[in-house]
Design a protein around this ligand. Structure first.
Ligand SMILES: NC(=O)c1ccc[n+]([C@@H]2O[C@H](COP(=O)([O-])OP(=O)(O)OC[C@H]3O[C@@H](n4cnc5c(N)ncnc54)[C@H](O)[C@@H]3O)[C@@H](O)[C@H]2O)c1
Length: 334
């Protein structure tokens, strides 16, 4: 990576913390993280890097114009990896306003501050990280390409769609160097235990029931977070300005099949009789507006940048199960 000083927004969240760790390990750039440390952000995900001075952590809201202007004016960022967002679909149904504030107003504020700073000095690149949920649901065997129409179902997806449009507009209108990525469901370490995989592992460990929405036949394409981080850096380095890149694992699972697989891995790791954890599965009323299937066509990033998800899914899932069993208590007290 050529950039000398990058800003990672949401760098104390799940994907952000993995990205910061990846950047520290594989690249030389100076790294500043801006994060509001909401319930989903956790200083401890990156605390040793902050304590040793490798990473600067600024605790602030990306929608706070004064704070962001101050940050951009005192730092010479030549790149932004924008990941900060409210990210949980269920919370967007219970309280959509925070999603409008952080995801739409926050993205707007960052774009505006970056534009002003880069108009004055050396321009940089803005990578906006988004989701496949902007495209809505798709029937098999179809898969979303970058040309699929936007059709968001949840307030979360709508807020991400709106922020994507702002990012594109800043490229088209102001000539800002913007690239956008839309990725599928990530899994791996440091994900707040309200999302499917860590919730399932914690519930199984404690002997609680494991809720599965509806009939469990909703399909998601699972991407290992480290493969995603690699993709983000490829797009940041070599993606075409103004382009969107879909990032997916070509790894579709129904929710039920995935939960059953995790049950078996937990049985193995905890030395339980095989099949015991599956008895904890309980079907619950479906989520309103629950998209049936997401599937990503990642041909563009493969063809243009040579990226594809390389990690073996079974190995990564097993490693992830082990990581949560070891860290749920330490990081989240659950
Ligand atoms: N996790 C996934 O599977 C997935 C899939 C597709 C896209 N994405 C996108 O990737 C990005 C990162 O997702 P994640 O899963 O790591 O989310 P996360 O909820 O784990 O982390 C989000 C981080 O952003 C911070 N944040 C939230 N609002 C903020 C604000 N107003 N100001 C500053 N910081 C704020 C939080 O404190 C947290 O550290 C998001 O933009 C999300 O939409 C995630």
């Amino acid at each position: 990576m050529d950039a000398e000083h990058v800003l990672v927004t949401g760098g104390a969240g799940f994907i952000g913390a993995n990205l910061v760790r990846w950047l520290v390990r594989h690249h030389q750039a100076q790294i500043t993280v801006v994060d509001k440390l909401t319930y989903a952000g956790n200083r401890r995900y990156i605390s040793e890097l902050v304590d040793e001075g490798t990473v600067e952590l600024v605790v602030a809201d990306i929608a706070d114009r004064e704070a962001m202007e101050g940050l951009f004016s005192r730092s010479d960022f030549d790149g932004v990896f924008h990941l900060a967002a409210e990210s949980h679909v269920d919370r967007s149904i219970a309280g959509p306003e925070a999603f409008l504030k952080s995801n739409v107003e926050g993205t707007f504020c960052l774009l505006e501050c970056a534009r002003q700073a880069w108009d004055k000095g050396k321009p940089g690149r803005f990578l906006h990280v988004s989701t496949d949920e902007v495209y809505g649901s798709i029937e098999p065997p179809g898969a979303f390409s970058e040309d699929s129409p936007y059709d968001p179902s949840s307030p979360y997806a709508a807020s991400k769609a709106a922020s994507d449009h702002f990012a594109t507009a800043y490229h088209r209108t102001f000539g800002m160097d913007v690239v956008i990525t839309n990725c599928s469901n990530n899994f791996g370490p440091y994900q707040y235990p309200e999302k499917l995989i860590p919730v399932v592992i914690a519930s199984l460990r404690d002997g609680r029931s494991v809720p599965v929405y509806g009939d469990g036949q909703n399909v998601r394409d699972w991407l290992y977070v480290k493969d995603h981080c690699r993709a983000l850096i490829e797009v940041f380095d070599r993606g075409r300005s103004g382009q969107c890149y879909n990032i997916g694992g070509r790894n579709e699972w129904t929710n039920l099949d995935l939960v059953e697989r995790i049950c078996d891995l937990v049985d193995e790791r905890l030395g339980r009789p095989m099949g015991r954890s599956r008895q904890q599965i309980e079907f619950v009323a479906d989520r309103p507006g629950h998209d049936r299937r997401y599937a990503i066509d990642a041909t563009r990033i493969h063809r243009e940048l040579g990226w594809k998800a390389g990690t073996d899914f079974e190995t990564a899932l097993d490693r992830t199960v082990g990581w949560y069993l070891d860290n749920l208590e330490r990081l989240w007290g659950v």
